[in-house]
Design a protein around this ligand. Structure first.
Ligand code: COI
Length: 358
């Protein structure tokens, strides 16, 4: 399909469900806005997308994504500009690029930019009232693509569906996290799919994560598949440490998701004059820094999680406690700055916001 301006047919809901939602009490991922975007790929081409009421989809039991996991997704957020009520979508082209990287790895077709960007823009115009204005809230958008062939043989599907729905959300984690360094299980190995946002990466992490949750740790910090010596990411977010005044984070690789919040945080840290190191981070380095009183901060960075402070790190039978969140100068400063940019309260000097004027 080659289209510069897409005409996207819209089937609007008869009655909005917005009054059923308490915007002052938003649990993450539980409430869904009125409409969704749907585009199908078949016969070697993307078909015209449609906007339809949010609702169930009918699928064959043989749908190949359900069996062999050809399914990828993105997470992105739209905020309300507190100065004029416009909708501000944060860095959507980064999500678009990453979706197509994931698609390539999972042997799925490339999605045209028009479908992604114009689809999002028209969906957001229609559901603009669902973008919360409350501090700490946003409209979370979930673009995803999955294989739709009704076929049981193992091969890439010939047909796919791309969907975007949205949910008004508050915080993903409502208090500082106790995280455990994973000594045994593996999230991703070199040559695998760790850098892609594919459903299987998350499914495979559930059992190890549950085991740690049963021991009181809300998040795992994954380590490398070969030696369990180097820190990778936390599964729902990238991880960062402040050691001796420097911001240190694992460099992205084929086993780590190239997070959009991650790169925004690193950019803001550099803008604010902090030293940033993207490199291999040994578990022992972090533990030694904590023992020496030099581990000042640790936090996760992700779209859903935003900046999620880590209160303690569990490793090899010991809980290593970190300084109270109120004392964490760097992550608090960066979180405030990022939030101000996303909500129009600080200049968007990097051009991160995609503005949808009211
Ligand atoms: C996001 O941060 O948007 C993600 O996709 C992580 C998810 C597992 C909640």
């Amino acid at each position: 399909m080659s289209v510069d301006t897409l005409h996207i047919p819209v089937q609007q809901v008869a009655t909005s469900r917005i009054d059923e939602v308490d915007f002052n009490n938003l649990e993450f991922g539980k409430f869904f806005a009125d409409h969704m975007l749907v585009a199908d790929y078949r016969d070697g081409a993307w078909q015209t997308p449609e906007i339809v009421p949010y609702g169930n989809m009918s699928l064959s039991p043989a749908t190949s994504a359900l069996h062999y996991g050809q399914a990828i997704f993105e997470g992105m957020k739209a905020y309300r500009d507190s100065t004029n009520g416009d909708v501000l979508l944060f860095r959507p082209l980064e999500n678009f690029k990453r979706l197509n990287l994931s698609a390539e790895r999972m042997c799925m077709p490339e999605l045209p930019e028009e479908i992604f960007m114009q689809g999002l823009e028209q969906l957001l115009r229609l559901d603009a009232d669902w973008v919360p204005a409350q501090a700490g809230s946003a409209l979370y958008l979930r673009p995803f693509m999955f294989a739709t062939d009704a076929f049981v043989g193992v091969r890439p599907s010939d047909s796919y569906r791309f969907v975007v729905f949205s949910c008004p959300v508050g915080a993903y984690y409502n208090k500082p996290i106790r995280a455990a360094i994973e000594p045994q299980y593996v999230r991703a190995a070199e040559g695998g799919t760790g850098f892609a946002k594919t459903a299987g990466n998350y499914g495979a992490a559930l059992m190890p994560a549950r085991k740690m949750q049963e021991r009181g740790f809300q998040q795992l910090i994954w380590t490398d598949a070969k030696e369990h010596k180097y820190i990778e990411e936390a599964g729902t977010m990238n991880v960062m440490f402040v050691i001796d005044g420097k911001l240190i984070t694992p460099a992205v690789s084929t086993t780590i998701l190239n997070g959009i919040t991650r790169k925004s945080v690193l950019q803001l840290a550099r803008d604010l004059g902090y030293t940033v190191e993207e490199r291999r981070v040994a578990v022992e380095e972090v533990i030694a820094a904590q023992k020496a009183g030099k581990l000042q901060e640790a936090f996760g960075a992700g779209t859903a999680a935003t900046i999620a402070p880590i209160a303690a790190i569990h490793y090899n039978g010991t809980d290593y406690e970190l300084p109270p969140v109120a004392q964490r100068e760097m992550s608090n400063r960066i979180a405030t700055e990022l939030d101000k940019i996303k909500t129009g309260q600080a200049p968007d000097t990097h051009g991160w916001n995609y503005r949808i004027s009211r």
